[in-house]
Design a protein around this ligand. Structure first.
Ligand SMILES: NC(=O)c1ccc[n+]([C@@H]2O[C@H](COP(=O)([O-])OP(=O)(O)OC[C@H]3O[C@@H](n4cnc5c(N)ncnc54)[C@H](O)[C@@H]3O)[C@@H](O)[C@H]2O)c1
Length: 316
């Protein structure tokens, strides 16, 4: 088995790389380190079955001369709201040209390809919890549009290559994945809260009543591995059904860190009031349900961030 992971230096990709090496795969990571970090791959670098290519997925050249590829997991894309807001063009390119490049490699190698879409394809839907058949309410000019549209394009490209070229594509829609390898400076809610609390700062909440379901990264990796092994297209939600309000999340993090306090400010425009997946399809098709509770996952994340305070500052 030779699996290529685009965006493999990021949160999900780096954990996936380690898991696949444990399972005996040869693993090639392609990453431009725009939001990911080489340090996330410290345990993989030097492994005889591991290769790291520094390159941009939008550049076909960085995907050339690969040993026979059996699987591709396409993750390369800025994923934090602060990043894709600052980098709309890079986000659109990674999700369009980058996705087409990854699909073409899958086609030429006859490989299975799993592509990361996102719960953001549901936009501002009022359906709750979100089933995969739910049609998203997306504003093409809204503050999140580059990311939302990119993920819709990713899905459209995947089904297009499957229908017209017979590519064995599969699509997953992750919901708020968190865990170790999110560094201080990552603006996503869990690392932002953990970093602020560990430094004894104030956790600023926009609103605070909005709810999220958070998935620990090892569970996301289990789901992606199951998707890689099957031939389903999906799309399949991968997330947790346990919902928590942002305020409760902040309080839990403050308790685990033993420091920090709370400040509530005005809610952001286009911040979905709730995000919670319907997980029936994942259970039925992948035989997968999350195993790590929120309490356990948050404790592991706070501990990891406490131990890695001096690591690379995430870009935003
Ligand atoms: N983490 C989540 O909560 C979540 C939720 C929904 C969807 N997703 C999707 O899953 C995927 C992985 O998410 P993540 O949390 O690991 O994100 P991440 O930002 O930690 O990792 C993304 C990786 O892609 C790399 N990258 C970005 N653009 C690139 C390009 N043009 N060429 C090569 N590499 C590039 C970055 O350097 C980074 O290492 C993304 O596609 C994201 O949209 C994640």
């Amino acid at each position: 088995m030779h699996t290529v992971i685009t965006g493999g230096a990021g949160l999900i990709g780096s954990h996936l790389a380690l898991r696949l090496l444990d399972l005996g795969h040869e693993v090639t990571v392609i990453d431009n380190f725009s939001t990911g970090h080489r340090a996330n791959l410290d345990q993989a670098i030097g492994h005889r079955k591991f290769a790291l290519r520094f390159g941009d997925i939008t550049d076909r050249y960085c995907l050339g001369s690969l040993n026979a590829v059996t699987g591709i997991v396409h993750l390369a894309c800025p994923a934090a709201p602060a990043m894709y807001s600052q980098m709309p063009i890079e986000t659109l390119r990674a999700g369009s040209q980058g996705t087409m490049n990854a699909l073409e490699v899958a086609e030429s190698h006859g490989a299975r390809i799993v592509l990361a879409s996102s719960s953001d394809v549901y936009g501002d839907t009022t359906t709750h919890p979100q089933t995969e058949t739910c049609r998203g309410a997306i504003d093409p000019l809204g503050p999140r549009s580059a990311y939302e549209v990119t993920k819709m394009f990713t899905e459209a490209a995947a089904i297009g290559y499957q229908r017209s070229e017979g590519v064995r594509a599969g699509v997953v829609r992750p919901f708020n994945v968190y865990g170790p390898h999110m560094w201080r400076g990552d603006s996503r809610v869990v690392p932002a809260f953990c970093a602020a609390a560990l430094e004894g700062r104030t956790l600023t909440l926009h609103g605070g009543t909005q709810t999220r379901s958070l998935l620990y990264v090892s569970d996301a990796v289990d789901a992606i591995c199951a998707m890689l092994e099957c031939d389903e297209f999906g799309p399949i939600n991968i997330g947790a059904t346990e919902e928590i309000s942002i305020k409760e999340l902040a309080k839990t993090v403050i308790e685990l860190a033993g420091a920090g306090d709370l400040e509530v400010i005005e809610a952001r425009q286009a911040d979905a009031p709730s995000r919670c997946p319907d997980m029936s399809r994942a259970a039925e098709i992948l035989g997968w349900t999350p195993r790590v509770s929120l309490a356990e996952g948050l404790a592991l994340t706070v501990d990891w961030m406490r131990e890695h305070r001096d690591g690379p500052e995430a870009a935003a």
